[in-house]
Design a protein around this ligand. Structure first.
Ligand code: TYC
Length: 97
């Protein structure tokens, strides 16, 4: 393996790619439920959760956190599942940082 490739491999192990998870707005999910999800799945305080919820409500999209791929994916799955169980269409997306 060339010196450069070996270095790139080592760096990839040290710094796995990070993904931004964005919460999306809709007209049906209650503000209370969004705050609950942000606290339970994204470990936000009530104040942080309320600020993110309002950001999404006003601007259609809000950052919930930045995580490695598998963790970002899992959080989105947990959110979608919990929302579905409560009959809400709440959605989130992820983007490479
Ligand atoms: N827009 C929703 C309402 O007025 C509240 C809401 C906020 C929904 C954030 C989704 O990600 C969301 N009830």
């Amino acid at each position: 393996m060339s010196y450069q490739l070996e270095n790139e491999t080592n760096l990839a192990l040290q710094y796995p790619k990070q993904y931004k998870v964005y919460l999306l707005n809709d007209d049906y999910t209650t503000m209370e439920f969004v705050i609950d999800v942000l606290m339970s799945i994204f470990h936000k305080t009530y104040k942080e959760a309320e600020a993110i919820m309002l950001e999404v409500h006003n601007n259609n999209k809000g950052l919930c956190g930045i995580y490695p791929h598998e963790i970002a994916e899992t959080k989105i799955m947990q959110l979608t599942k919990k929302a579905k169980e409560h009959g809400f269409p709440l959605k989130a997306t992820m983007e490479e940082e």
